[in-house]
Design a protein around this ligand. Structure first.
Ligand code: HEM
Length: 224
């Protein structure tokens, strides 16, 4: 087992499994955020956030999620280094451009930016609500209002939007790549998986990008 995990294919497998787990998390996270559009003064979103904090099951999944992100990032660093060590002389730029896109060759760059976004995002929402207790208590703003205030800041809204664009490119290549890594793709299924990956990336883009756009332009959150 430890030989497998330290081998190149073992690292790629871990990368694929953690990547797909993070994709499941994205779907769940998007569902939660969409409650912000319920037109109920933020009640459904507040209730949902409250459930997340008070469910022992969700708290445990949260720990797994943090571990998955760390493992995904650590393996990404190893694999990116391994790939560049194995290829000390860069390919001729034209040939590489013909067979792959910039985004598929630079998952490390899009991933690093996503990591930066995750850290800033946690600092913005997780820390005040879950650690500092400055949001959601009596006499304080609630979580829905905290989201709205954050996304009305042009710098944060722009940063959020740009990060979601990079996430979409990461997913567009990563989603189908994960199935290939796990040996679940072949010549017949590959075009379907490619389409599914692009569909998933577009769905995540439209869903998550809607928050900075609609809140920044005052088209959402009118009731809280
Ligand atoms: C919610 C966040 C993220 C999701 C959903 C996600 C998803 C994925 C998926 C599904 C793959 C494909 C795995 C494979 O090819 O087998 C992947 C690959 C990759 N990810 Fe992420 N990822 C996320 C965050 C990150 C972060 C924070 C980094 C930080 C460096 C990163 C770096 C990479 C790299 C370098 C690869 C390519 C590995 C390789 O094939 O050589 N990802 N990601």
């Amino acid at each position: 087992m430890s030989n497998f995990l330290s081998s190149s294919i073992g690292k790629k497998t871990v990368m694929a499994l953690t990547g797909l787990f993070l994709c499941v998390f994205l779907v769940e996270h998007l569902y939660g955020n969409l409650l912000l559009y319920a037109n109920d003064g933020g009640a459904a979103f507040i209730e949902y956030s409250h459930t997340l904090v008070h469910s022992i099951l969700i708290r445990s999944i949260e720990v797994v999620l943090f571990i998955a992100i760390i493992v995904h990032v650590v393996q990404a660093v190893y694999l990116t280094k391994q790939n560049s060590d194995a290829r000390p002389v860069k390919y001729s730029v034209n040939k590489v451009n013909e067979t792959s896109t910039w985004f598929s060759r630079n998952m490390g760059i899009t991933g690093s930016f996503i990591l930066f976004f995750i850290v800033v995002h946690l600092y913005h929402y997780f820390v005040p609500y879950r650690i500092m207790d400055t949001v959601g208590g009596p006499g304080q703003i609630n979580v829905a209002q905290a989201v709205k205030i954050g996304l009305q800041d042009p710098v944060y809204a722009g940063f959020y939007f740009f990060s979601v664009c990079l996430l979409a490119f990461h997913l567009n290549h990563g989603f189908q790549g994960a199935f290939q890594t796990l040996g679940l793709s072949n010549k017949r299924y590959a075009p379907f998986l490619k389409m599914a990956g692009t569909g998933f990336a577009v769905l995540m883009f439209v869903g998550f990008a809607s928050f900075p756009v609609l809140f920044y332009f005052g088209l959402a959150g009118g009731t809280f």
